[in-house]
Design a protein around this ligand. Structure first.
Ligand code: ZN
Length: 242
C-alpha cells in the first residue's frame, strides 16, 4: 500500500463547533458562553484525530466566526465525509440538571428530508461514489432512489447507535451523563441525507459545577479525549471487519 492509498482510506470526520461569532449559544450564570466551550473541545478533538493515521478532519469553523446553518451544511454537501460530530453545551431553567447527552436525527425528519430531495431535481448533494453511479444511471427512477436512500438511512442509524455505545462507554469513565440513551431530535445540523451525524451536549452550562468545569482545559480534554477514543474504537473495528 502506498501513501496515496493510505490517504484515500482515511476516515474523514467533520467536526462542527456549535454557534460562534454573534451567536454565543447558551450562557452560564457566571457568564461562560457556549460557543467558547464548543470551539475549544472541537480544536482538541481535531488534534487527537489528526495525530492518528486512520483519521483526517474537517472543521466547520476554526475560530470565533458566525456560520449560518446553510454554510455548515455546505461542508457535507461538497465533501466525502464519514461522520459529522457536532459539539454543543446544554442549558436548562433547572440549575440542578447536569450531565452530557447524545442526539441523532429523528426518523420522521429524515423521511421528510429524503422526500424533499427526491422532489427537488436540482439538489447538489454528494453521495458515496457507488450510490452516485446508480443515481446517475437511474435519474428518473424515484422508487429505486427512495429505496436506496431509506436503506442508507437505516445503515446510518446503525452506525450512530454503535458509535454512541462507544461514546457513552468512554464518557462515563470521565464525566457525568445526563441520560444513557440516545435522544432523537429534528435538528437541521443532523438532517443531512448523505452522512451519519451525531450531536453531543457536553454538559449543562446552567449548572454551577459544570459551568466551572467546562471552562477548564482539563475538563474539555477529558471530553475530547473520550470522543477520540470512542471514534478510534468504533472505526478501527469497522475497518478490521471489512
Ligand atoms: Zn448549542
Amino acid at each position: 500500500m502506498n501513501n496515496t492509498d493510505n490517504l484515500s482510506k482515511k476516515i474523514t470526520i467533520l467536526i462542527d463547533a456549535g454557534h460562534g461569532g454573534k451567536d454565543p449559544g447558551a450562557i452560564g450564570h457566571n457568564g461562560l458562553q457556549e460557543k467558547k466551550v464548543n470551539i475549544a473541545i472541537a480544536l482538541q478533538l481535531k488534534k487527537f484525530l489528526d495525530n492518528d493515521k486512520i483519521f483526517r478532519t474537517i472543521l466547520t469553523r476554526n475560530n470565533d466566526s458566525y456560520l449560518s446553518l446553510k454554510t455548515r451544511k455546505q461542508f457535507f454537501k461538497k465533501n466525502h465525509v464519514n461522520l459529522l460530530i457536532s459539539i454543543h453545551v446544554d442549558s436548562s431553567k433547572k440549575r440542578y440538571v447536569s450531565g452530557a447527552s447524545l442526539w441523532i436525527i429523528s426518523p420522521s425528519r429524515m423521511d421528510r428530508e429524503i422526500n424533499n430531495y427526491l422532489k427537488n431535481k436540482n439538489s447538489d448533494i454528494l453521495f458515496a461514489e457507488s450510490i452516485q453511479k446508480v443515481f446517475n444511471e437511474n435519474k428518473n427512477d424515484l422508487f429505486l432512489k427512495k429505496t436506496i436512500l431509506d436503506l442508507q438511512f437505516s445503515n446510518f442509524q446503525k452506525i450512530e447507535f454503535d458509535l454512541s455505545t462507544h461514546i457513552f462507554e468512554q464518557l462515563k469513565k470521565n464525566i457525568k451523563l445526563h441520560k444513557i440513551e440516545l435522544n432523537y431530535a429534528s435538528l437541521g445540523i443532523l438532517s443531512s441525507i448523505n452522512i451519519p451525524a451525531i450531536l453531543i451536549e457536553t454538559g449543562f452550562i446552567t449548572n454551577f459545577w459544570e459551568e466551572k468545569q467546562l471552562n477548564t482545559t482539563f475538563y474539555q480534554k477529558k471530553i475530547s479525549n473520550a470522543l477520540y477514543l470512542a471514534l478510534k474504537k468504533y472505526f478501527s473495528f469497522t475497518l478490521k471487519s471489512k
